[in-house]
Design a protein around this ligand. Structure first.
Ligand SMILES: Cc1cc2nc3c(=O)[nH]c(=O)nc-3n(C[C@H](O)[C@H](O)[C@H](O)COP(=O)(O)OP(=O)(O)OC[C@H]3O[C@@H](n4cnc5c(N)ncnc54)[C@H](O)[C@@H]3O)c2cc1C
Length: 496
């Protein structure tokens, strides 16, 4: 039986996959497409994570889609509001009927003779294997494993008689009222959980090995509120979005050029929100520079409020061992705990775990170079969405989807079927993600690389990428061909 065929196959029905489908429907209305989603729900991250307080840590004027104004007055939004926004988008733009749930994509094989991908998926609900073909493969599978979060091996953990929880697998019925809770970690998840759990727990301790930069921001944006009073929802959204883009870029550039100044500013801001005499340097002054890792945002300073009220505390130390009733630290201190939450991070996973082959040869992702941060050298008719590390993910996701649509129209207009980035002629390659966070360092050697110059270099700069992706050339560093030209004939050659 012939496999189902679509022009474009989107993998993933999270924030990016739904956005990609909307862009495709609007910019390439003649194209057929399907969305294969491993889970049984729309929303990805915003459906998976259910821990107390789950929320964005960037503002929704930039985490929202370019085409759908975020109208909720909360700029830093709760997880369920973001999930509802993504679902509403899928329904409003008629994407839902294109989604095939419980389809986990395992492998995709490109054939230059037919200019098609054959995509193999497994149905998680029935165990059935499903095969589809498509002309263009567009992965929007996020960046981490869904089945397991990262938990380091803790000595003595088997002795612990309390409840151990990872935020990625939050038990719906976990009752923490009146309980002593220890949250291990210092990242975005830990700083979200601590104030949220402190509302009902007896006490919450955030146990960190080393500090993170924590920045208080208002959960409502007075500028956006004012804009909404005077302008249409679309215009108000656009100005709030650009205001936040400009602030984000300025903040990042300043952090890179004058890290000492930004460090001092962040320290002073934290100190001002902490009780008198608090050891700011021990608990809130990281050894690394701002933006070597993502900054942690706390809306309205909720973490600092919980610390000031004595409902929560921070301990900076290392774990010697779990005991039956909690944790013993290297300093000898004992932390009794009824519940321990391991907010220790994610396991990075490229392309949702799927493997790729081109004309019968397996692709080793680590030896590919990312083109404009969204295609891979030597891999035809393929794009992937990887958001910014220093700004909201969706800003980049929107640009990638726009670019893919431009590329598809260009292929049609020029009578070509295949577009392949040509590997840059350089050894000067760097990791695709330039953060020093543990979850990045653990996996970076398995990921594609980036080159030293455009179109191989990731600038992590939205205004610059708007020029490059919305208005820049489509023909630099790639080769176009008709069906029948082997992909091997299109590799090697352009300077980076
Ligand atoms: C707790 C948390 C908070 C975050 N907060 C922010 C924030 O405030 N701002 C920000 O910019 N970013 C944030 N991020 C990053 C966040 O993941 C992105 O903002 C955004 O949600 C990514 O959307 P996505 O659709 O690309 O990926 P995901 O949300 O991960 O969705 C990917 C989808 O693809 C599906 N999928 C994966 N592999 C396959 C496969 N092989 N076959 C079929 N389907 C597959 C998954 O099931 C999932 O539905 C946060 C991440 C986490 C974990």
């Amino acid at each position: 039986m012939a496999a189902d065929h679509v022009d474009v196959l989107i993998v993933g029905a999270g924030l990016s996959g739904i956005g990609a489908a909307v862009h495709l429907g609007r910019d390439c209305p003649g194209k057929t497409y399907a969305v294969l989603e491993a889970r049984g729900a729309i929303g990805g991250t915003w459906d998976l994570f259910r821990y107390p307080g789950i929320r964005s840590d960037s503002d929704m004027y930039t985490l929202g889609y370019s085409f759908k104004p975020w109208t909720d007055p909360k700029a830093i939004a709760d997880g369920h509001a973001i999930r509802a926004y993504v679902r509403q988008t899928a329904s409003e733009y008629d994407v839902e009927r294109h989604i095939r749930f419980h389809h986990r994509v395992m492998r995709a094989e490109w054939d230059s003779a037919t200019a098609r991908w054959t995509v193999h998926a497994r149905r998680d609900d029935t165990g059935e294997d499903v095969t589809l073909t498509c002309g263009f493969l567009f992965t929007n599978s996020g960046y981490y494993r869904y089945d397991s979060g990262y938990t380091p091996r803790f000595p003595g953990v088997e002795r612990y008689a309390g409840t151990l929880v990872h935020p990625q697998h939050w038990p719906e019925d976990l009752d923490y009222s009146g309980k002593r809770v220890v949250v291990i970690g210092s990242g975005a998840t830990a700083v979200t959980l601590v104030p949220a759990m402190a509302e009902r727990a007896a006490h919450v301790t955030m146990l960190q090995r080393s500090p993170t930069y924590v920045v208080a921001l208002p959960s409502r944006d007075p500028f956006a509120d004012a804009a909404r009073r005077w302008l249409s929802p679309k215009a108000a959204y656009t100005v709030a979005r650009w205001k936040n883009v400009a602030l984000g870029v300025a903040n990042f550039q300043l952090s890179r050029r004058a890290p000492g100044v930004v460090k001092r500013f962040l320290r002073r801001a934290a100190k001002g929100r902490l009780p008198a005499g608090y050891d700011v340097d021990r608990h809130f002054s990281p050894r690394y520079d701002p933006w070597d890792q993502r900054l942690c945002v706390v809306p309205d300073g909720d973490l600092f409020t919980a610390l000031r009220a004595g409902r929560a505390s921070v301990v900076t130390d290392t774990i010697d061992t779990f005991t039956e009733h909690g944790l013993r630290l290297a300093s000898g201190e004992e932390l009794p705990a009824d519940i321990v939450v391991t907010a220790t991070g994610l396991n990075l996973l490229a392309l949702g775990g799927m493997t790729l082959a081109v004309d019968g040869a397996d692709i080793d992702l680590a030896s590919t170079v990312a083109y404009k941060g969204m295609m891979l050298s030597g891999v035809p008719n393929f794009a992937m969405t990887i958001g910014y590390t220093n700004a909201s993910w969706t800003l980049k996701a929107d640009l990638v989807a726009t670019y893919v649509c431009r590329l598809l129209r260009h292929l049609d207009e020029t009578g070509q079927q295949i577009v392949t980035p040509l590997a840059p002629d350089t050894d000067d390659l760097a990791p695709i993600i330039d953060l020093q966070s543990g979850y990045v360092l653990r996996a970076v050697d398995q990921l594609p690389k980036q080159g030293p110059r455009a179109p191989w270099r990731l600038h992590q700069n939205y205004p610059r990428d708007v020029r490059l992706m919305r208005h820049g050339p489509l023909t630099d560093g790639v080769r176009f061909a008709r069906a029948g030209v082997p992909a091997a004939a299109t590799s090697g050659g352009t300077d980076a």
